[in-house]
Write a protein that binds this ligand. Structure first.
Ligand code: UTP
Length: 228
């Protein structure tokens, strides 16, 4: 299977230790060894929040705040590349065309590219560029909820959504501004919908759940044009 993974930066930066990178590298390496073709885009996590806030305090425009965020995603990408060693291509991939041209034996790792979205959009674009079967959005939340779970403790997880339903949820809950592009950003939803690429949103606190998602038995939310 060809898979594009959006790996939430919060998972990589939670403990700010090497083990956090090693455990995701190990899960991704196992998937590669099982024959899957993998592209992984790293988010910025704690680093992004800290530095975007600093730039905001300094009066930076939204464009500069996003650019600060992009640099933090590159730090995480380099750390994941380091943890993957010879299994990864050593470049940080930023554009669909590069991913397409370099797709081969090694795992391709990417980061942010342009202001105005999050790395979710990169993962969607990369999925389009390589004709991926699936996008896996790896977050620290167990999927999509019927209400904002940060505000409503009784919110319930949804197992399946179509693209329009996800778009409505993302629009209503997230501002689409630096550091707040949401659980899967709007441009990414629209791109995946247009290309009809299924998206699975999972809690990847335990990296084993990424393996489960690719093997079709995850506990997250599936977004596609048909329930299966
Ligand atoms: P993330 O992809 O980590 O975004 O990029 P996020 O939605 O804030 O984080 P998660 O998914 O909840 O962990 C960090 C920031 O970098 C900028 C945005 O400001 C984003 O919020 N960015 C990233 C871009 O402007 N363009 C990109 O292509 C990627």
């Amino acid at each position: 299977m060809k898979v594009s993974i959006s790996l939430g930066g919060s998972l990589l930066t939670k403990n700010q230790d090497s083990q956090s990178y090693i455990k995701y590298a190990n899960a991704i390496r196992r998937l590669k060894n099982a024959g899957h073709t993998m592209v992984v885009v790293c988010g910025g996590g704690k680093l992004a929040r800290q530095y975007i806030n600093l730039s905001k305090e300094l009066g930076a425009s939204h464009k500069i705040q996003d650019e600060v965020g992009i640099l933090t995603t590159h730090i995480n990408a380099l750390l994941l590349i380091s943890a993957l060693g010879k299994d990864a291509d050593s470049r940080i991939h930023r554009r669909g065309v590069d991913v397409k041209n370099h797709l081969g034996e090694r795992i391709l790792v990417g980061g942010g590219h342009r202001p105005g979205s999050s790395t979710d959009y990169r993962a969607a674009l990369f999925a389009g560029a390589i004709n991926a079967d699936l996008i896996v959005n790896v977050t620290d939340f167990p999927g999509v909820f019927d209400k904002d779970p940060k505000k409503y403790p009784d919110a319930k997880k949804i197992d399946y959504l179509n693209y329009e339903q996800l778009e409505e949820i993302v629009r209503s809950r997230f501002k689409q501004s630096p550091g707040d592009y949401g659980l899967f950003d709007l441009k990414a939803v629209k791109y995946a919908a247009n290309k009809k690429i299924p998206v699975i949103i999972i809690d990847g606190t335990d990296p084993e759940e990424i393996v489960n998602a690719i093997n079709g038995k995850h506990n997250g939310t599936l977004i596609s044009d048909k329930k299966n």
